[in-house]
Design a protein around this ligand. Structure first.
Ligand code: HEC
Length: 120
């Protein structure tokens, strides 16, 4: 499991370099520079584990995944919603911290701003 995450992380780093010119992906979105409501929710609730720019981060010796690349970018809107609302260990559920509207906004934020995908 650890090595699998390491490999995914390795590809993530490679992907950043390889795709930095790819205009099909809105991967240049800088969370730290954004004044959007969603970006501030991200900074308050998600950055501690997923990293300030959502590129993933090591927490207690475990790799927390990037939200821009890899598995996160393959998840459906419903799966991302489910992940944020109900969590999936070791990620906590946010249904008691965030309103329904905030959760939906975060799903869109992840898909549209971080991954350059269209969310409905
Ligand atoms: C306490 C640490 C922690 C916090 C805080 C946290 N996450 Fe996570 N998140 C994780 C971990 C660990 C995983 C991987 C879970 C797994 O192995 O399935 C994850 C997975 C995800 C995934 C699926 C990614 C994938 O590769 O499949 C999404 C989407 C996600 N988180 C979004 C968020 C959002 C949005 C927030 C803030 C509202 C947030 N997370 C806050 C730890 C966290």
């Amino acid at each position: 499991m650890g090595s699998k995450l390491f490999i995914i992380f390795g590809f993530t780093v490679f992907g950043i370099v390889a795709c930095s010119d790819d205009k099909n992906f809105k991967r240049e979105f800088v969370i730290a520079d954004s004044k959007s409501y969603e970006a501030s929710l991200f900074r308050q609730n998600c950055a501690i584990c997923h990293g300030q720019e959502a590129n993933g981060k090591e927490v207690n010796g475990k790799q927390v995944p990037s939200l821009r690349y890899g598995d996160a970018a393959k998840k459906t809107e419903a799966e991302i919603y489910e992940q944020i609302k109900n969590g999936k260990l070791p990620m906590p559920a946010f249904r008691n911290q965030l309103s329904e509207d905030d959760i939906k906004r975060m799903v869109k934020f992840v898909m549209r701003d971080l991954q350059g995908r269209e969310a409905k």
